[in-house]
Write a protein of this length. Structure first.
Ligand code: COA
Ligand code: MG
Length: 289
């Protein structure tokens, strides 16, 4: 699965921002036809994304296109504009029902068959950002084309009548529920947007908390957020060294018949071993350890 520590959006009609994104070493580039593209610029966004997919070299960055929600009336044209140019994945916003997911997946599969690409080669990522979407997480997350779920905090807050605050306590339940569903189905969980893009420290702080909750990546909206967010999702040398010690000492104690033991005054047992292994896996995905 492609590591998605930072998933950068830009309006799909903005050629300059798309080309800028190629210079940032960002994990995923998501060209937006939904809310980032003005209502009177949807056709321009479709054409610009189609051109970018054909002409630009995205290097190691994943190339994603976000369509408008199913039921918007725009979704079919969005898909027909970008699918022939083989994006790595489609991002579906306002995902609420398994029927919507099945509809998009069928359109993608039709393109895969038409062009002779492997079925499921084009991934599908859902943005869950409404009360109904949250309640249906279990059914939504089960689709085999998915490899990530995204949490949309602004739309979710609007959907339940919550007021967004920088601390984000008002969305904590939903934010954790999404991580839980993602973990249950082996999917990545991509965290909320920090809208205050002039303070990269805020994005870093939010990303660290998201990582504590179990998120593996975060949506970003400005180049200044990319580095701090990637950093927050990349374990540091000290954490890697400690995790390696946990793995080594665990094996040693298991061999001696001890399930729980003392490491520097802290109890280590199986769940802590799993956390250490998770951390090492993230480190490897980021090219460290
Ligand atoms: N992707 C790529 N490049 C971006 C970018 C983005 N999301 N946001 C800004 N840039 C570029 C600018 O083009 C500018 O490039 P330059 O230095 O080569 O001229 C540079 O980064 C600095 O940008 P800045 O002037 O600080 O921001 P701005 O006023 O141009 O744009 C926003 C501010 C919020 C409009 C812009 O960041 C943006 O469009 N973000 C994404 C919005 C979006 O897609 N929302 C929907 C999903 S939530
Ligand atoms: Mg949204």
């Amino acid at each position: 699965m492609h590591a998605r520590r930072a998933l950068l959006y830009m309006p799909g009609d903005d050629w300059k921002k798309i080309t800028k994104a190629l210079t940032l070493g960002v994990d995923s580039i998501c060209m937006d036809m939904e809310d980032g593209a003005a209502a009177n610029r949807k056709a321009e966004a479709r054409a610009t994304i189609a051109r970018a997919l054909q002409e630009l070299n995205f290097g190691a960055s994943e190339k994603l296109a976000r369509i408008n929600g199913v039921g918007s009336g725009l979704e079919a044209d969005d898909l027909s504009a970008v699918l022939p140019h083989r994006p790595d994945g489609i991002v579906l916003p306002k995902a609420e029902t398994p029927e919507q997911v099945a509809w998009v997946s069928e359109k993608i599969e039709a393109a895969e068959l038409k062009y002779g690409w492997p079925v499921n080669a084009i991934r599908l990522i859902l943005v869950v950002e409404s009360a109904k979407g949250l309640l249906n997480l279990r059914e939504l997350a089960a689709h085999p084309r998915l490899d990530a779920l995204i949490f949309g905090a602004e739309d979710f807050a609007a959907s339940v009548g919550a007021t967004r605050t920088p601390e984000a306590l008002e969305v904590l339940y939903a934010r954790s529920a999404l991580v839980t569903a993602a973990a249950a189905y082996g999917l990545q969980a991509i965290d909320l947007v920090t809208v205050d893009f002039r303070s990269p420290e805020l994005a870093h702080r939010d990303a660290l908390f998201g990582a504590q909750l179990g998120y593996t990546g975060k949506q970003v909206i400005h180049p200044s957020q990319v580095g701090p967010v990637q950093d927050a999702f990349t374990p540091d040398a000290e954490a890697i060294a400690y995790a390696k010690r946990v793995v080594e000492t665990f094996e040693m104690h298991q061999a001696r018949g001890a399930g729980a033991y003392d490491l520097d005054g802290k109890m280590i047992d199986l769940p802590l071993l799993k956390s250490a292994q998770n951390l090492l896996e993230r480190a490897r995905a980021a090219g460290k350890a």
